[in-house]
Write a protein that binds this ligand. Structure first.
Ligand SMILES: Cc1ncc(COP(=O)(O)O)c(C=O)c1O
Length: 393
């Protein structure tokens, strides 16, 4: 079937955080929301049908998880990523972030240091701090426009103090699809320094250039040192259903994780996520392939528009994710002034780059997962605001 990603669906007033939390986040609802990482597109029809069938039953009591559930999750990994995790070593979680928080709590002691690579998804640092563990930063280095690379010397040095490493693969917000060479080098250094790896692969299906390589598929030794977090929520726009899968290298670690959640009586999917995820992983390919083509068109549109009309804001095509990293340093504004400009002059609700790396100034993140006409409107508003700003200088 053909999906129409150009269709604008009104989400305002529909409890969509992206829209209904604008006042809380930006102080006004007069912004086009291009921040939190979900999409303004309805999901794949087989998922909608499966959830509708379940909804129409009208009875949503305690729900069991059939064996076929993790088989569907693992079948997708095998089909799309050439990796065959063992369904018996998979565990349910209410999301990747809750899983990360539990893993940090279980496998690092209070005040242990956990390595991350900023600029990176802000929740990594947040959950580490919430759990009273310490954040250790291996800053990615900007080598040229859109070229961010690992500082290897610093990476190895920090590993000597680290208890765990949280890898973002593909990387949010830089859209990096890690090469086999980089991944292997990172993982071998982790093995050398006895640092277990949590590989957050939530963006694995949203790849436009290159090939995502699941960390645990690199070698049996690396698999034995890796816990992987995967999910269909980012891929199929199902974040509101709260379900993810954690893949363990052995039963011992899995049991530790399962017992932790069992102590809160959290061990089941909700009635809707169980059918939605199975439908997604069994029947979602057609929708996803069309989505990827559309999203890549959006990425190209924003890049071309900024290159042609707004030279002060530089960006690059990410290899993965529907998120674009905007370099606004040429505007020479403080971060507060930049954020204020985007909200009050341009009418755009973007993610503040400071959240991804407190040491950076002048960066913002833009989510392109919306109909192209919305992005066109956003770019026109930005262009008008920039013209006024240039005149006022
Ligand atoms: C790297 C990364 N991990 C996890 C999440 C969120 O995961 P969940 O909604 O399953 O908690 C996001 C959302 O943007 C993300 O970018």
């Amino acid at each position: 079937m053909h999906y129409d990603f150009d269709r604008v669906v009104s989400r305002a007033g529909n409890l969509a955080a992206k829209y209904d939390e604008r006042v809380k986040n930006f102080g006004t609802d007069q912004v086009i929301p291009l921040w939190i990482a979900d999409m303004d597109f309805p999901t794949a029809q087989p998922i909608i049908d499966a959830v509708k069938r379940r909804a129409e039953e009208g009875i949503w009591g305690y729900t069991s998880r059939p064996q076929s559930y993790f088989e569907a999750v693992c079948g997708w990994q095998a089909r799309r990523h050439n990796w065959s995790p063992d369904p018996a070593l998979c565990s349910h979680a209410l999301g990747v972030v809750p899983a990360l928080a539990a893993l940090v709590r279980l496998f690092a002691a209070p005040s242990d240091k956990i390595l991350i690579q900023p600029p990176v998804y802000p929740e990594f640092a947040e959950i580490i701090e919430y759990q009273s563990r310490q954040v250790l930063m291996n800053h990615l280095i900007e080598r040229g426009p859109g070229k961010w690379e690992i500082d290897w010397e610093d990476f190895e040095q920090k590993l000597q103090e680290a208890k765990l490493f949280i890898l973002c693969s593909p990387h949010n917000p830089l859209g990096i699809v890690w090469s086999r060479e980089d991944l292997t080098r990172m993982m071998e250094l982790c093995l050398k320094h006895h640092v277990p790896v949590i590989s957050d692969e939530i963006h694995a299906d949203l790849v436009f250039r290159g090939t995502h390589i699941p960390t645990a598929s690199l070698s049996p030794e690396i698999a034995a040192n890796t816990i992987t977090c995967i999910s269909g929520t980012k891929t199929f726009n199902l974040a509101g259903l709260h379900a993810s899968t954690t893949v363990f290298p052995n039963r011992e670690l899995k049991t530790c994780f399962d017992d932790f959640w069992a102590s809160f009586d959290i061990h089941r999917n909700n009635a809707f996520s169980v059918v939605a995820m199975e439908a997604a992983f069994r029947e979602g390919d057609e929708w996803l392939d069309q989505l990827l083509a559309y999203l890549d068109g959006n990425l190209h549109f924003v890049k071309s528009y900024l290159d042609a009309h707004i030279p002060e804001i530089k960006t690059f095509l990410p290899d993965a994710t529907y998120l674009m990293w905007l370099d606004c340093r040429a505007m020479e504004m403080s971060q507060e002034a930049l954020v204020d400009f985007m909200i009050h002059r341009a009418g755009l609700g973007l993610s503040n780059g400071k959240g991804f790396d407190p040491s950076l100034t002048g960066f913002l993140r833009l989510n392109v997962a919306c109909p192209r006409s919305v992005l066109e409107q956003a770019m026109e508003q930005l262009n008008t605001a920039m013209a006024a700003w240039r005149r006022s200088k």
